[in-house]
Design a protein around this ligand. Sequence first.
Ligand code: NAI
Length: 338
Amino acid sequence: MAVTATLIPGDGIGPSITAATLRVLEAAGAALAWDEQLAGMAALAAVHPPLPDEALASIRRHGLCLKGPLTTPVGVGFRSINVALRKEFDLYANVRPAVTMMPGGRYEDIDLVLIRENTEGLYVGVEHYIGMGGDPRAAAESVMLVTRFGAERIVRYAFEYAVRHRRRKVTLAHKANILKYTQGLFLEEGHKIAAEYAGRVEWEDRIIDATAMHLVLNPYQFDVLVMENMFGDILSDQMAGLVGGLGMAPGGNIGTDVAMYEPVHGSAPDLTGKGIANPTAMILAACMMLDHLKQFECADRIRAAVQATLSARETLTPDLHGRATTDEYADAVTRALR
Ligand code: NAI
């Protein structure tokens, strides 16, 4: 029986990498059906608000969504639809694996997972200007919100993830040396939860800036990493760099009732309309969704086909120093399905 999920192709390169992903899913026989919805600039262009009620109702109904990237205007205009979706459905855990799919890169055999708190921190969007000396915008202030509840549930999620996936170690990265209240609370909850898993999962805490450096020096010392929202946003892009770039990095946004899968990257305005974006991140995001639905065999076959295509190095998109189009790459993955 096919499971129906909301499909949001997204903005910029979104529609083309989505079309490529759907072709691969269909060829692999994934038991999925789609309820396609508009959001972001695509919705605005169709004279809808950027996050239409129909899209929200669809996600609520199906509890499952595959989403392309959505453009957010910088500085002005509407607030991030991605952030709004995460808030609306309380998608508190952002799971971002970084796994080597193509040999011959800067590092071999990377297999890391970053678990990012997705609803709190600086991204709650509570910010304002402060007027001084006649300048109404002389300063600006943002609130970093950390709740005991939010910290506890994300660290617990990371440990549960480690147990479920037979992972060795959890690293909690923080800045409690400087941000003693917000990051201090996050770390305090980390210690409490870690104690519950003592003897089952190894654990350590590290300062975020040192973690960033050690990820580059020796990524193999890490396994599962957990951190607050903005730190996780930045370090997950860094981790994508360990495995070939943003075109390779998928993510899941997980809540109690809804799960939403997407590439880590954005709408890539510089590539829009050129037909050369790498659809791997979106294909791997769809595989995470198949895992969630326990369609493991199908997900594994697609991942093996992606790996085979990347290893063969014959049909690669330009971000991987090839000359293939998005569609040619998707066709090669489809042909590599066993
Ligand atoms: P971006 O991720 O779109 O692009 C950064 C760089 O990576 C660009 O050089 C781009 O060409 C390259 N890139 C990204 N995806 C690629 C792919 N699949 N294949 C090959 N190269 C790829 O980040 P940027 O430019 O900062 O943001 C563009 C827009 O996307 C903004 O409006 C931003 O707010 C939005 N965004 C949306 C996200 C989401 O929907 N989850 C996440 C990140 C950004």
